[in-house]
Design a binder for this molecule. Structure first.
Ligand SMILES: O=C(O)C(=O)CO
Length: 257
């Protein structure tokens, strides 16, 4: 059983240019995940020939009201254009942005009554666009401590929405670091999400560093994923404790069966 391993370049070698990081991950045999595309030099990234796996969209708007939904659809479509240019497999609808003064704000939801139906309608519009563009979006579970106020602060929220929309253009980006903080019970949540998983993301807790630096039994999770028949993407979205190369080797070892 071989998983498709990738790592988030944003969190590694933070003193190096992004294209350098993408090239280094490629040399080491990993796919490349990225955040925040407006800051990047797309030409330089394109030249790396990296296998770009998942990109956090630079999103504006909201899922849950007409005006916000139009904005969100437009920014998801811009994300799709950048994603297609670099050949990303998945585009992540990230639930928060940074407002004035760097305070996190919910971008794609709200807690108003009835928000689920409006959110489903907007996600269906995003799926229609994704079908035309030939791209896949994911919705990621976040946790309420790192992302207070975010509507998708539990695995259950994300599972409920993605399973209700139930379209191939919308998958779950199951982030087990966030699940661990929010809910725990990682293997049961993975099993519940399995039919809709587009990617599994990993980091240990506390500290959000590579597998083996905290309390999560990632080799056990890798075995459970294999037993469930999952052989899809696993992305390390984590800081390196120590040297990046050693952190990536530890990640690879945890997910090599
Ligand atoms: O912002 C976060 O915490 C993320 O997991 C980004 O994907």
């Amino acid at each position: 059983m071989a998983f498709q391993l990738a790592a988030c370049a944003e969190m590694l070698w933070q003193d190096k240019p992004m294209a350098w990081r993408a090239a280094r991950l490629t040399e080491m045999g990993f796919g490349v995940g990225l955040w925040n595309w407006p800051a990047w030099d797309l030409d330089a990234l394109e030249k790396t020939g990296a296998n770009f796996t998942i990109m956090n969209g630079y999103l504006q708007g909201r899922l849950t009201d007409a005006e916000g939904a139009d904005m969100l659809l437009a920014s998801a479509q811009e994300t799709a254009q950048v994603g297609k240019r670099l050949g990303f497999d998945r585009l992540n609808l990230h639930g928060t942005g940074l407002g004035d003064m760097g305070v996190p704000i919910p971008l794609i939801g709200s807690f108003a009554p009835g928000y689920e139906q409006r959110a489903r309608d907007t996600l269906n519009r995003i799926c229609d666009m994704a079908e035309e563009e030939g791209v896949t979006f994911t919705l990621e579970n976040l946790n309420p401590i790192d992302h207070p106020g975010c509507p998708f602060r539990s695995t259950g929220d994300v599972l409920a929405l993605v399973s209700a929309v139930n379209r191939p253009q919308l998958r779950i980006n199951l982030d087990l670091y966030h699940t661990q903080i929010g809910e725990g019970d990682l293997i049961r949540w993975t099993q519940a999400c399995l039919p809709w998983i587009g990617e599994v993301q990993v980091a240990d807790n506390p500290g959000r560093c590579q597998p083996g630096t905290g309390e999560i039994n990632y080799p056990g999770i890798a075995r459970a994923l294999a037993d469930m028949g999952y052989d899809g993407p696993v992305g390390m979205e984590a800081f390196a404790k120590g040297e990046e190369e050693a952190a990536l080797d530890a990640f690879r070892a945890a997910f090599t069966l």
